[in-house]
Design a protein around this ligand. Structure first.
Ligand code: DC
Length: 222
């Protein structure tokens, strides 16, 4: 039986998944699970605790509650570990690279799998954003989307996001890093970045965020 209270949105970085998830959450009053932030949290804690040993990182995570919150109407979603808003520490390329490295480890994926499944019980409905939401974590979801966009367009969008956070970036290096990370995410053995067989694939290169939301809502309601 398919679960009509779960929407999965998968795809590589920079395709507008996060904004789409937020717009859908506003419209439906459902909660958002930004799974990429969980992998980034692991990467960040590895830096913060100065360790590559996942059991030490897990110990720290186990002590706290994890939740997501939109701080204000126009903000991106924030990840909280206990009282701490980790958002400003996890949105950088150093943490993203570490996240991608930890993401290939089965013990990390298994641990985060359980945390992610726990989000189903937290709201009226769930919008899960990531790489393997439709294939592995929520295979029973009724509404599955896989969003793509050209590498150049994605680097441009990421550049704008980083600029908004006051970070300066070199577009060429950014595009190269995004491609490297995507290659790693698509070619890994466990939970590779591939569309679920029953997902609707949408290329967002030439469509605006509101158009994308309307398209998805129409498909959900049809
Ligand atoms: O979406 P993002 O850029 O915040 O993701 C950060 C990293 O986490 C990315 O390199 C791949 C990994 N990730 C994953 O392996 N599975 C997910 N469901 C989400 C993210």
């Amino acid at each position: 039986m398919k679960n009509s209270k779960i929407i999965t949105i998968d795809g590589p970085s920079g395709v507008g998944k996060g904004t789409l998830a937020k717009n859908l959450a506003d419209e439906l009053d459902w909660i958002v699970l930004d799974s990429g932030s969980l992998y980034r949290m692991v990467g960040y804690l590895s830096l913060y605790l100065d360790t590559r040993d996942f059991s030490e990182i897990r110990e720290k995570i186990n002590k706290e509650e994890i939740f997501f919150k939109f701080i204000d109407k126009n903000s991106n979603i924030s990840l909280f570990l206990g009282k701490d808003d980790l958002s400003e520490f996890i949105r950088n390329e150093e943490v993203a690279k570490l996240a991608s490295e930890f993401a290939v480890l089965p013990e990390v994926r298994d641990y985060l799998f359980n945390i992610q499944r726990g989000f189903m019980a937290k709201g009226k409905g769930l919008i899960a954003d990531g790489r393997d939401m439709g294939t592995i974590v929520f295979p029973e979801a009724k509404h599955k989307f896989f969003i793509t966009a050209s590498a150049e367009e994605r680097a441009r969008r990421r550049e704008n996001q980083l600029k908004e956070l006051g970070l300066s970036v070199n577009m060429r290096i950014l595009q190269k890093r995004i491609e490297e990370r995507d290659n790693k995410d698509s070619s890994r053995e466990i939970s590779p970045l591939i569309p679920s067989e029953d997902a609707v694939v949408i290329d967002s290169s030439n469509i605006g965020i509101y158009e994308l939301k309307d398209k998805v809502l129409k498909l959900i309601r049809s």
